[in-house]
Write a protein that binds this ligand. Structure first.
Ligand code: BES
Ligand code: MN
Ligand code: ZN
Length: 494
């Protein structure tokens, strides 16, 4: 799908989308189109459409206009970047549903928070993001089953400014698509070494990419990570990406990702129903890799390391057993009660490595860690666990600006006690299921070194969308890519 920006034409033709503000207030273009007979006013009166944010109404256009889509932009101050992205997504979904090849969106000035150029750029971004499709394995699709939209033209008075604004946003499209591709791939195609191989591509953007194999991880003492991978014929990998474009001598921020390319549960085998979902148990690693791509793509002035623990959790004659005790890189020992609580086992070694090797000022880890976070927060917000309130607030602010919302969850010594073990320093699950996301986070916190601001984002409910949303078709979301980028842009690049 192509995006173009163009100036206001003498007359509109084809499929056109125009703004209507709250309380049925037609904006400039809609007003012009309505002049003949007040037919837009009548169409609106005959519907529930009021111009509220996010509403839309399709009307048959007059003269050369075909499908006329009225877009509710709500009150002026509601038209922020995220709302504009939503509008872009809506236009794409509508055009595809109607089988249209091209559509024009008209950006009338709204006295809100954004300039028309910014509104136009964010509409374009939202449109592109919604236009994603993972269809490489569909070999028999008929043309009429494919999305039809080829071109979206955004009409705005300040085209040059809009193009510049969009150029700043466009790296996000590539990064989100790259991340969604990783998460969508089935596990027979995308196993740890293949994930790492694809991440190597970031070298072209200037990211330094190192890949550690099992022998190197063994030397480092990563017994917990290696224990998870030992039942798989696929080798475990530690993917280390560095983007050091910030001030010299400034400590980096570390991004850590859970990359379980498939999670069967191991010997604590999962039930068959829905197990196919566990191909996206590498959504955290997908987000971190996408974020590194975005930072490099827009040449962020920051020092960032991205570290992904890549494994496959399989049952096998060589798989680790419930009751096994493993030694982590930190020296702490873990009794593995449940081999399905594998995420924390690989993350603790990746986090320790990140801290030993890079001495980060802050460390943010993303993982599809617990089913329990879906029970708590559903598919609207990821769980945020942190030892640092300013960091939490910055992450939450970044998330809400890009539509990747977070909700802070508690930590504390009473929860921590629940993972004490009788035989080792800790066990990998508590006795019951109660507070399962919190005890998982407590486990991770035991691997945070003094003075490091740390946050854990449990994205199990967010990495995959069963029904899709405004700017995300159903499937892999790439949740976290834009959040991490925004957090770094707002806090480390001034
Ligand atoms: N990858 C799963 C968590 C998950 C569940 C992610 C559903 C996405 C959707 C994780 O490794 C896991 O199996 N967690 C267990 C932990 C339990 C054994 C303490 C869970 O949530 O049931
Ligand atoms: Mn598991
Ligand atoms: Zn898992």
């Amino acid at each position: 799908m192509k995006v173009e920006f163009s100036a206001f034409p003498k007359a509109f033709s084809g499929n056109v989308a125009v703004f209507v503000a709250a309380e049925k207030q037609l904006l400039a273009t809609a007003k012009t189109l309505d002049q003949q007979e007040g037919y837009l006013g009548r169409a609106i009166a005959a519907s529930r459409f009021s111009g509220a944010k996010g509403q839309s109404l399709v009307v048959l256009g007059q003269e050369k206009i075909g499908r006329l889509l009225l877009l509710g932009v709500g009150k002026a101050r509601e038209l922020d970047a995220r709302a504009a992205e939503s509008l872009g997504g809506l236009v794409v979904a509508d055009a595809n549903a109607a089988g249209q090849k091209a559509v024009t969106v008209v950006v009338d000035p709204v006295k809100g928070r954004l300039s028309p150029a910014e509104v136009a750029a964010h509409i374009a971004l939202g449109a592109r993001l919604r236009g994603y499709r993972f269809d490489k394995y569909r070999t028999k699709e008929k043309p009429e089953q494919k999305p039809t939209l080829e071109q979206i033209t955004v009409v705005v008075s300040t085209t040059a400014e809009a193009r510049r604004a969009y150029a700043r946003l466009e790296p996000a499209v590539d990064a989100v698509f790259f991340s969604r591709d990783l998460v969508s791939e089935p596990a027979n195609v995308l196993y740890p070494a293949e994930f790492a191989r694809r991440a190597k591509d970031l070298t072209k953007l200037g990211v330094k990419v190192d890949i550690l194999g099992e022998a190197e991880m063994k030397k480092l003492g990563m017994g917990a990570l290696l224990g998870v991978g030992q039942g798989s014929v696929r080798d475990s990998q530690l993917l280390v990406m560095r983007w050091m474009n910030g001030p010299k001598n400034q400590a980096p921020v570390a991004l850590i990702g859970k990359g379980v390319c498939f999670d069967t549960g191991g010997i604590s085998l999962k039930p068959a129903g829905g197990m196919e979902d566990m191909k996206w148990d590498m959504g955290g690693a997908g987000a971190v890799t996408g974020a590194m791509m975005l930072l490099a793509g827009r040449k962020a002035r920051a020092n960032v390391v991205g570290i992904c623990a890549l494994v496959e959790n399989m049952p096998d004659g060589n798989a680790q057993r419930p009751g096994d005790v493993v030694k982590t890189m930190s020296g702490q020992t873990v009794e593995v009660i449940n081999t399905d609580a594998e995420g924390r086992l690989i993350l603790c070694d990746a986090m320790w490595y990140a801290q030993e090797k890079f001495k980060p000022q802050a460390m943010v880890e993303l993982s599809t860690l617990t089913g329990a976070i879906i029970v708590s927060l559903g598919h609207e917000r990821a769980g945020l666990f942190s030892n640092n309130t300013p960091l939490s607030n910055k992450l939450r602010a970044a998330g809400s600006e890009v539509g990747e919302k977070l909700w802070r969850m508690p930590l504390g010594p009473k929860y921590d006690k629940l993972i004490d073990s009788d035989i080792a320093d800790m066990k990998n699950v508590s006795n019951g299921r109660d507070g399962g996301s919190i005890t998982a986070a407590q486990f991770l916190q035991r691997f945070v070194q003094d003075g490091v601001a740390w946050a854990h984002l449990d994205i199990a409910g967010m990495a995959w969308s069963g029904k899709g949303n405004d700017t995300t078709p159903k499937g892999a979301t790439a949740y976290g890519v834009r959040l991490l980028d925004k957090w770094i842009a707002d806090n480390y690049e001034r």
